[in-house]
Design a protein around this ligand. Structure first.
Ligand SMILES: [Ca+2]
Ligand SMILES: [Ca+2]
Length: 352
């Protein structure tokens, strides 16, 4: 009997141990911890989604996805070492508000990766990738993209002054113009020299023009040198995408200048009628290829200069946004000052 009782006690003890092992709650606790960690990584390290031209986002490009030209998507975006303002930077900044978990999406088809890649446009049957962008948000000019032009004496003794350059906090660069003293007027100017320079491409700026006579706004490209009488314009050309010097007749000037500004100076240009151009915002653009300069206002081609008319510039240029005062634009009217132009954004693209 004693042996039987001992055997029963052993059986009861073994049953208790078995029940304790199978009822442990630590498995659930571990699962909860792992799930929380995964979600935390997804929140703090979202995969960059591709921002489309219309501002919406697409599923993120698969790391190393191959495009039609054989390069990887990531490498294509980042290979422009000269420009810190790459499309990928813009895409990443915008995508943080709407992260898309890469692990829940199927890989994007190769063709779609190209057509929806951030900053890619098709223009005149050419594929362009964005290389420069500034929308002038905030209240401080981005000095990594722009330099305020030196305080030079300009046309008719008028001057550029640094206090004529500001951001209005509403998304615009403001280049002002005002009276300095006597018959001298001052105005603002910026340039991307030593920050962003490019040969060929599509250049675009959205601007609201000045409304007072005696001044003109301009979006133009400048090389680092324009040699006198050497190699025509191929070694350096000033390219005036627009100059708003015709307030009363609502005309816009497009022009190029080369071989210096002395006796060898040469120039081709024209002015075109653009009704309402001094009212509201308008987009001014240039497509610069090896064969031609093509000028556009609000998406409509307004002028073209071909290689048959002038040697096309073959060297890099930097961007300039300026307001000038001078008799070319008529007499200043002090009662309409201060005035100036607003620039909503600047975008530049390069063929690839
Ligand atoms: Ca803007
Ligand atoms: Ca030359």
């Amino acid at each position: 009997m004693k042996k039987l009782l001992i055997a029963l006690s052993l059986l009861l003890a073994m049953a208790f141990v078995f029940t304790s092992c199978t009822g442990t709650p630590t498995t659930d606790a571990d699962a909860t911890t792992k799930a929380t960690t995964t979600a935390g990584q997804a929140t703090t390290q979202p995969t960059a989604a591709t921002t489309l031209e219309d501002g919406t986002t697409e599923a993120p490009t698969t790391e190393g996805a191959t495009t039609e030209d054989g390069t990887t998507a990531a490498g294509t975006i980042n290979k422009n070492d000269n420009n810190p303002t790459t499309a990928s930077t813009i895409s990443t900044a915008k995508s943080t508000t709407k992260p898309v978990a890469s692990t829940t999406k199927k890989p994007t088809p190769t063709k779609k990766t190209i057509t929806t890649q951030a900053g890619v446009i098709y223009f005149n049957n050419t594929r362009y990738r964005q290389t420069f962008y500034d929308d002038f948000e905030g209240t401080t000019l981005d000095r990594s993209k722009w330099e305020i032009c030196p305080e030079w004496t300009r046309h008719n003794g008028n001057v550029w002054r640094k206090d004529m350059v500001s951001l209005d906090g509403k998304g615009n660069l403001v280049l002002s113009c005002a009276k300095l003293q006597g018959s001298v007027y001052k105005s603002g100017a910026v340039r991307s020299r030593d920050r962003f320079e490019q040969t060929y491409g599509y250049f675009e700026a959205r601007c609201e023009l000045q409304k007072s006579p005696g001044f003109w706004g301009a979006f133009w490209l400048m090389p680092n040198s324009i040699d006198n009488g050497v190699k025509g314009g191929s070694d350096g050309t000033e390219i005036d995408i627009f100059e708003s010097a015709y307030l009363s007749s609502e005309r816009i000037n497009h022009a190029i200048h080369w071989d210096g500004y002395g006796s060898d100076h040469k120039s081709i240009g024209t002015n075109v009628h653009v009704p309402g151009v001094h009212t509201g915002y308008h987009t001014f653009a240039l497509e610069w290829t090896k064969d031609a300069y093509r000028f556009y206002v609000d998406g409509k081609k307004t002028h073209e200069i071909t290689s048959a008319q002038a040697d096309i510039c073959e060297v890099p240029t930097y961007l300039k946004l300026t307001v000038e005062a001078g008799t070319w634009a008529g007499q200043c009217d002090d009662s309409k000052l201060p005035d100036g132009i607003k620039v909503d954004w600047v975008k530049v693209y390069k063929k690839f």
